[in-house]
Design a protein around this ligand. Structure first.
Ligand SMILES: [Zn+2]
Length: 168
């Protein structure tokens, strides 16, 4: 489903997601990705990327936040919740958003604002996962505090050593 307009509270919650992203430093080498899940105006999860800490390749901020949110409310489904992510969710996290039944996904920086290392596939448009979902009660919107969020990440043209490129 096509996105609706950003709501006034969206910037507030995205600022919170940025704060979570920066909780262990804001250098791009620390993978500062943050995610907040809000239900009925209340934060039910706030998680940072934890892939290296755990270590767990699936421990993206959105995956961890979905897990904590479900545990917190004791439900498998997060209907009516909004998931805020500082960066456009990858394919895994977009699909996890669909499966977890969140109602809205709002992200900050988009795919074109950052280095390709943040995405798993060259050309797959993960936004179409949402529009193509069987569910018709989920929306995705980007560019919420886009510039602030983009500053957390390696820019599109960064000349990164291979070791820093997470997707290779
Ligand atoms: Zn992800």
């Amino acid at each position: 489903m096509a996105g609706t307009a950003l709501a006034p509270m969206d910037e507030h919650w995205m600022r919170r997601a940025i704060e979570v992203a920066r909780s262990r430093g804001s250098d791009p080498s620390t993978s500062p990705l943050g995610c907040v899940i809000v239900l009925d105006g209340r934060e039910i999860a706030a998680e940072r990327n934890q892939t290296q800490d755990l270590p767990d390749a699936t421990a993206h901020a959105e995956m961890m936040a979905i897990r904590r949110a479900c545990e917190g409310i004791g439900e498998m489904e997060l209907r009516g919740a909004t998931l805020y992510s500082t960066l456009q969710p990858c394919g895994m996290c977009t699909m996890a958003s669909i499966w977890s039944k969140v109602g809205r996904v709002v992200y900050g920086a988009g795919r074109d604002d950052v280095h390709p290392m943040y995405f798993e596939a060259r050309h797959v448009d993960t936004l179409s996962f949402i529009t193509d979902a069987y569910r018709d009660d989920i929306t995705i919107e980007g560019s919420c505090l886009r510039a602030e969020c983009a500053k957390l990440y390696y820019p599109p043209d960064a000349d990164l050593p291979r070791d820093e490129q997470a997707n290779l």
